[in-house]
Design a binder for this molecule. Sequence first.
Ligand SMILES: NC(=O)c1ccc[n+]([C@@H]2O[C@H](COP(=O)([O-])OP(=O)(O)OC[C@H]3O[C@@H](n4cnc5c(N)ncnc54)[C@H](OP(=O)(O)O)[C@@H]3O)[C@@H](O)[C@H]2O)c1
Length: 265
Amino acid sequence: MAKLDTLQGRTALVTGASSGIGRLVARRLAAEGARVVLVARRRAARERVADEIREDGGEARVLPCDVGDRAQVLEAARAAGPVDVLVNNAGFGGRALFVDHGLDEMERMVRVNFLGALWFTRALVEPMVARRRGWIVFMASVAGRLGVPGESIYAASKFALVGLAETLSMELEDAGVHVMSVLPAAVDTPFFTAEDRERLPSVARRGMLAPEAVVDAMFDGLRRGRREVTVPRRLAGVYVLRALFPSLVRRGTRRATLSRLAGAR
Ligand SMILES: NC(=O)c1ccc[n+]([C@@H]2O[C@H](COP(=O)([O-])OP(=O)(O)OC[C@H]3O[C@@H](n4cnc5c(N)ncnc54)[C@H](OP(=O)(O)O)[C@@H]3O)[C@@H](O)[C@H]2O)c1
């Protein structure tokens, strides 16, 4: 059962559901009939999203959890119970050169962006396999396929997610569990501080996506049984270009990003 047919009567868990893309994903899942479990750290923000869902007639439950903490993730997964749809969405960025990153900050980014998703998936996958039903989404990034200066650790965490998703999608296919990664370009959410926005290449700033476009692409991908969705789709062409002409893409990427980062130091 690869294609998501209906959400009626199904349980969905969304990490990072208190803001941005995760908030809209949670609201859409609930609007289509799923019982939604909202995972995030900020109490007021996650309660606000739960209230929005209930006001629209949906069902929402909130679970406090720092996804960068393994014990909290395992406890939240236990409290959630069996889940049909897992959306590993929590994450954060921040643009800086590798030499300006502290080790604690690097480790935290890998924990939240990658290990949190790994832990939730490991904790929730077995009941899916036992029931031969489940959908697992990884909210990765175009930075999970293309390295860009200023995103070394972020890219490493997202490349790891994409690799995990690609492998799992093959391992779990015969068990009835569908795995999909979503790779958006820059999206207009609180993810970016004003300073981060300044440091974005102008092409990324001009072409910033509405979070709704990412949510539409994610649901469309699930309905069609897709395994990897890049938003906007045409950017996937750059993966091909990079494989064929690596030096060309490398030069263009350096030119578009490095001066802006160096100027911000
Ligand atoms: N915006 C973009 O340009 C863009 C592009 C590509 C991919 N993405 C990915 O999309 C995902 C969502 O980002 P967004 O743009 O919607 O950003 P956002 O508006 O800043 O939302 C991030 C969400 O992640 C949660 N979160 C962060 N750290 C967490 C932690 N330690 N434990 C639990 N939850 C945590 C936040 O909730 P609390 O603070 O309440 O915990 C919040 O709900 C991220 O994985 C991001 O990497 C974003």
